[in-house]
Write a protein that binds this ligand. Sequence first.
Ligand code: HBI
Ligand code: FE
Length: 293
Amino acid sequence: MSAGGFSGGPPEGAAADWTIPQGWSAYTAQEHATWVTLYERQAEVLPGRACEAFLKGLHALDLHGEGIPDFEQLSDKLERLTGWRVVAVPGLVPDEVFFDHLAHRRFPAGNFIRRADQLDYLQEPDVFHDVFGHVPMLTDPVFADYMQAYGKGGQRAMSMGRLRNLARLYWYTVEFGLLGTPEGLRIYGAGIVSSRTESVFCLEDPSPNRIGFDLERVMRTPYRIDDFQQVYFVVPSLDHLLEVTVSTDFAPLYDRLAGASDIPITAVQPDDRVFTRGTQAYAKAGGRLATAA
Ligand code: HBI
Ligand code: FE
């Protein structure tokens, strides 16, 4: 979701880079309890579904189910592993602010947590989505490099007016990416790994397409921000993701994209590597709103 809709500078109490004090001591028992509930729900569904790098990161950072982590303590552990730190922000920040943080190995994490009646879904990234979902993968050296490369690429894409295309790369990898392994498909995307229902849906439901990752294909494919994805892209390894991103000359790619139409979200292209040709039954049945009814 592009957060371009900002006017003016940082909110009251935030620094020029939109960071704020996390306010860890101000969290209530209820807010810590919400983290524990969310953590325990994921602990039930992720073994056998999340990729090894994610599960190792969760363990390395002692991200357990006792409550909302203190970003300073978390960052000291993370920094020793890959040089990344977690900084608190009030919510979505302008794209250029976001990219600058990533380019300097600072992950901006919302310091608020969803309400107990929003457990299954919220649009704005809260501390559970950001810290439980995104931070464990930052312990993997290859993925840590990829996230910094994305930040630098984002700054460049903005200068070339190609942010919409690059945001799709982020969405279909960092947020909703799948990894191919000898044991089968595994999750590395934060948007999935922080959602109990989508963690199961993305791997096991016959509805979505599952297609081999291709940079240009992904950058031409729109995405959903309001419901489960209708297509997931599968990378053969995190090394491949980093290699493709750092070895691509984006200028000619952006030129080609300028003349290329979007690929419809449910389409399967002739040269797609198809893991699953989905039924789209979930989306056709009205998706989240239909099943919530
Ligand atoms: N801000 N805090 C925060 N978190 C995000 O994930 C985020 C953001 N701003 C912009 C943004 N994501 C996306 O629009 C960019 O990837 C394009
Ligand atoms: Fe996210």
